[in-house]
Design a protein around this ligand. Structure first.
Ligand code: HEC
Ligand code: HEC
Length: 401
């Protein structure tokens, strides 16, 4: 089934388009400063970069880093945020008589892009106000902290904002006002748009990997890497979802921003199973949880139980420890590729095992959600181990400089 390429996303490769518009440099510079600013976390210890490390592909080394409050954890792995700022607003199109969902930010698309037509701007507030992440209590506190810490840059990016300096300590200690003031709303909007602008800027969206050089005719790949590319785009069908077509004339984004349930096992390391919040019965419903509350889309929720957004494969390898998939159960690219190849061939492991144990025993744990699992493009790819290794070699060419 599925997946003609998104026409709007996939123009032919041509000369890179100029990115800057008037003032874009100022809003990007503000976004960059905010991204690394620990003043945006409740106890002043955490910034966006704490979980999205630029040196590790804007992802994190561990599956479940602690939030700004000790003992608080999110329930998913921090993904690479690179290239996500170009994801379109969450929408659907009909393919083979079924709704196919596209766009949004977050594994479950809950940053839909409603407020500014920009999912990354919606998303930017979520970690800051999430008690399990950066943990600021409310928007007024965010506005006060941002103006106190980055007042000059805020005013450069948006003249008039932060005109009335607020006492950040008192504002953050206060219970939330019934209605945020217009000053608060203006400052928060500037923070959202600045973080989104930085995430969409050439600091983050670089298109500067060895693979880009190769496509541009400015560098070569090894024989194994080229064989891996041919498999990726052929026998292994990876490019059905991790598309190789150029985005807006710039380069391949390696995702079509659609959603799928690959049958990834639950990760028993997830601290949420130990917490009173969710308990061991918690199931990650992915996109279904986002659609279920929407009158327009609720009827489609059952078909996307456990479906999560296709991530970019750019920067999946940085040479540093990394966890893969939405819950970080996978720790190696070798494990991921073997899973695509043999999910439906190897027997089920008995009970919870780690990736290393599963690889050694040649079994896979049960999928977290089986009913909606994709059986069309993966599970039994009939790749040899040498071909798996060539695909991994190709994935390692996708790291931006
Ligand atoms: C405590 C760790 C932590 C911090 C701090 C953090 N994030 Fe995240 N981030 C995550 C996790 C976990 C997810 C995945 C959440 C999900 O999909 O439900 C995520 C997801 C995202 C995504 C969505 C990527 C996608 O694939 O759609 C973006 C964008 C993002 N974060 C940006 C930010 C920004 C901007 C900040 C700072 C304001 C920030 N994050 C701070 C942990 C963190
Ligand atoms: C049917 C669509 C689809 C196909 C085909 C597909 N993928 Fe994926 N890929 C996904 C989705 C969806 C995820 C995220 C799943 C999750 O987190 O549970 C993913 C995740 C990954 C990840 C983890 C990325 C990260 O940052 O955690 C890697 C690596 C990967 N895919 C490589 C491949 C390779 C190599 C192939 C071909 C052998 C392939 N994919 C084929 C949809 C697909």
């Amino acid at each position: 089934m599925r997946r003609a390429v998104l026409p709007a996303l996939c123009l032919l490769l041509s000369a890179p388009v100029a990115f800057a518009v008037e003032g874009a440099d100022k809003i990007e510079a503000l976004g960059q400063a905010l991204f690394f600013d620990t003043a945006l976390s409740g106890n002043g210890t955490q910034s966006c970069a704490s979980c999205h490390d630029p040196a590790n592909g804007f992802a994190s080394a561990t599956a479940f880093p602690e939030g700004a409050v000790q003992g608080h954890f999110g329930n998913r792995k921090p993904p690479s945020l690179a290239y996500q700022a170009i994801s379109p607003v969450l929408h659907h199109r009909i393919e083979d008589g079924e709704a196919l969902f596209v766009g949004g930010n977050m594994a479950d698309g809950r940053a839909r892009g409603g407020s500014f037509g920009d999912p990354a701007a919606d998303q930017a507030l979520m970690p800051i106000l999430n008690p399990d992440e950066m943990g600021l209590p409310h928007a007024a506190c965010l506005a006060a902290r941002a103006c106190a810490s980055q007042g000059a840059a805020m005013q450069m990016a948006s003249p008039g904002v932060c005109a009335m300096p607020l006492d950040a300590a008192a504002t953050c200690a206060a219970a939330e006002q019934a209605e945020a003031s217009s000053e608060t709303l203006a400052a928060v909007a500037v923070v959202q748009r600045a973080l989104s602008a930085y995430e969409a800027s050439s600091h983050v969206v670089r298109f500067s990997s060895r693979y880009d050089d190769y496509v541009a005719g400015q560098g070569d790949l090894t024989a194994d890497e080229k064989a891996g590319l041919a498999l990726f785009d052929g026998k292994a069908q990876c490019s059905a979802c991790h598309v190789l077509t150029a985005h807006a004339g710039r380069g391949a984004v390696l995702t079509d921003f659609t959603y799928d349930n690959l049958g990834v096992p639950r990760n028993p390391e997830n601290p949420r199973y130990r917490a009173t919040v969710n308990g061991t019965a918690w199931v990650d419903r992915g996109l279904a949880a986002t659609l279920e509350g929407d009158p327009l889309y609720a009827a489609a929720a059952a078909s996307v139980e456990g479906a999560v957004k296709v991530p970019t494969l750019r920067n999946v390898w940085t040479g540093q420890p990394r966890a893969y998939m939405h819950n970080g159960w996978f720790k190696t690219l070798e494990g991921v590729v073997r899973f695509y190849n043999t999910r439906d061939v190897w027997p089920r492991c008995a009970g919870d095992v780690t990736e290393a144990q599963a690889m050694a025993a040649r079994c896979w744990p049960a999928p977290e959600i089986e009913a909606t699992m994709n059986r069309d493009e993966l599970g039994n790819l009939k790749l040899t181990e040498a071909e798996e290794a060539q695909i991994v070699a190709f994935l390692k060419t996708l790291t931006d400089r």
